[in-house]
Write a protein that binds this ligand. Structure first.
Ligand code: NAP
Length: 252
């Protein structure tokens, strides 16, 4: 019999921003590997649709991760409904502002940083903290090529993802003593609602494709494997790492 290195049976996995795009694809993949799934997001309609897509007792919670009090409420929900947390995927993220810095207002900066970096901090602290008594757990923070290299006209987004990468390394070192592994995934351009303005754009898309060694955008069926690996027993000695899933973008 071939051993199942990616078995998540019985694991409780919370995916923030799991109602659409990459988060939903990761949730589906983890569910197929046996995990009990919790999703959070800001739209009840999207969460209901996601629950219907995955099936199998998915728990959903309306939560804005940029609001610490909402994250604390989510922690209560996880404790009440599940009693513990084994896997936390900090996926919720936004990228609404494309402009040079001289056309970037403080509000634009705060909007991106509040979700993409502060949200990861709140979720690691309050939800990841649930893993401490168990002396085990896997936190996976969703970063981007923008955490490694510059993307033009996206200073707040690049800064937020660079912060996520360093938060990941620093927390991996801090919480190793609790048996909690903390890793990140740096995606390249994956076709989702977030990137459709670029991947469907007649002038921008060809430039992005020319810059990508594999010569194509990533598809949603290609995003879950890295997260499943990092959550699974196969990655039991992996922590503080960012796994690039970027078609070679950061290698070039
Ligand atoms: N697509 C790519 O090419 C790409 C590349 C690199 C990195 N990433 C990263 O991957 C993650 C997911 O991106 P995506 O492309 O899947 O985006 P997406 O299709 O726009 O989905 C984003 C998800 O996050 C949720 N969300 C956004 N803000 C939230 C908040 N404050 N609190 C809770 N949930 C929130 C959204 O639901 P609601 O709007 O209903 O709340 C949705 O479920 C992001 O962190 C993004 O930066 C994406």
């Amino acid at each position: 019999m071939i051993p199942n290195y990616f078995d998540l049976t019985g694991k409780i996995a919370l995916i923030t921003g799991g109602s659409r795009g990459i988060g939903l694809a990761i949730a589906k993949g983890m569910a197929q590997c046996g995990a009990q799934i919790l999703l959070c997001g800001r739209s009840a309609v999207s969460l209901d649709q996601a629950r219907a897509t995955i099936g199998g007792g998915v728990i959903t919670a309306l939560t804005d991760v940029s609001d610490e009090s909402a994250v604390l409420e989510l922690r209560e929900t996880v404790e009440r409904r599940c009693g513990r947390l084994d896997i936390l995927v900090n996926n919720a993220g936004i990228d609404p502002h494309y402009a040079p810095l001289d056309h970037t207002e403080v509000a634009d900066w705060e909007n991106v940083l509040n979700t993409n970096l502060n949200g990861v901090f709140y979720c690691c602290k309050h939800l990841g903290g649930l893993m401490i008594p168990a002396k085990a757990g896997s936190i996976i923070n969703i970063s981007s090529v923008a955490g490694r290299v510059a993307l033009k006209r996206q200073v707040p987004y690049c800064a937020s993802k660079g912060g996520v990468e360093q938060l990941t390394r620093a927390l991996a070192v801090d919480w190793a003593e609790h048996g909690i592994r903390v890793n990140a995934i740096g995606y390249g351009f994956i076709k989702t609602d977030l990137t459709s303005g670029m991947t469907d754009h007649p002038h921008i898309a060809p430039k992005l494709l020319a810059r990508t060694p594999l010569g194509r955008f990533g598809e949603l069926f290609e995003v879950a494997g890295a997260a499943i690996f990092l959550a699974s027993p196969s990655a039991s000695y992996v922590t503080g790492h960012t796994l690039m899933v970027d078609g070679g973008w950061t290698a070039a």
